[in-house]
Design a binder for this molecule. Sequence first.
Ligand SMILES: Cc1ncc(COP(=O)(O)O)c(C=O)c1O
Length: 436
Amino acid sequence: MPDDIRIPNDLDSFWMPFTPSRAFQEAPRMLHKADGVRYVTVDGAEKFDGTGGLWCCNAGHNHPRIVEAIQRQAADLDFAHTFGQGHPIAFEAAARVVDLAPGMDHVFFTNSGSEAVDTALKIALAYHAARGDGGRRMLVGREKAYHGINFGGLSVGGIGLNKGQFGTLYPSVAHLRHTWLEENHFSRGMPEHGAHLADDLQRLCDLHGGHTIAAVIVEPVSGAGGVFPPPKGYLERLREICDAHGILLIFDEVITGFGRMGTAFAYEAFGVQPDLVTCAKGMTNATVPMGGVLATAAVRDAFRQAPSKMPDLFHGYTYSGHPLASAACIATLEVYRDEDIFGNAARMATPWEDMVHGLADIDGVIDVRNCGIIAAIQLAQQGAVGDAGRAAHAKLWEAGLIVRPIGDALAMSPPLTITQAHVDEIGATLRSVLAA
Ligand SMILES: Cc1ncc(COP(=O)(O)O)c(C=O)c1O
């Protein structure tokens, strides 16, 4: 074991997120270092990072240019807030982000995806109020959606287990049905069936009055709920219904943003323009927490009639536009550009698709879903929901591959730097474990 590791003797002080604590403490999985597509555990074992951190290390780990930019910034301006004062690097980061996002002209910085989602929902409500249409209070989400864990995101989110402990949440929400249809199993990329499910939004308009709905939020490719690419025509239909009723369309691109679909944002790949986009994760290659809400000029302009001595949006975080995050963001976007990381994602999407669908013949694999550099392998339930997923995850960890179990699905979102050799390695490990 390398001698510079400090192994903790207290595993209980840290109340861990989304973690079965007792199980973790009995068999702690502890990572120590990372480089490129691999982690090293405290025991010195290498693990292929099949989840790109948590859908976020798009350029791989410990990229020297990003590391250096953060170090330099920490020594220069460690912190300054942005409530009525500024620092140039935050403006530069904003301009660079907006530059990557066709049709988007502004970004409101947050520190996480959850904060980005709650910020976007608040902007949507405030947008309608600013235009004298404040009766629009309803927010629409979708079953199986993950929009983070703050009150707004949980309210529009569609994962029952995440909501169950917390009661009512935001009072005026409705949900579209999810798009995981039996007939779509084993679809390569976007499934053929399910565009009609977007008409659930029209049904909500008929039921509640389209004029009462402020916004609908969807992940263009839903990720943490199990990986569900959008059916062909689905997102276009949502856009049409939103336009017909003056509803804002929010795409939650916390996972899909920054290259995962082979374009900077998924809305570009799918050819559907949202009004607001939430992002985080890949924004700094996950090195320093940062998120954001991208807004069109039309949304931003609604706020401009506020009195000049008052904030036009009563919202913000101490760390909005944090200097270290801004420096990390700029360096990350330069790496994405200079190393053609999004281009690599686009080029590797087909080999990636071929690899995951090549596992369809394994006994117990009942669906395979993929889009861009995301995929999920759905295992047949064995015992309680999640038992098969947990067991496979544990065996894959031992075999040197990290995946994310979501119920009985194994989700994967490796760094966008993957090569054919990496894809082959992931495929071989999956087959050796799942077919055993
Ligand atoms: C689509 C989506 N929205 C929001 C979030 C929340 O992001 P964070 O964990 O940074 O709060 C996530 C996290 O995975 C996500 O996938």
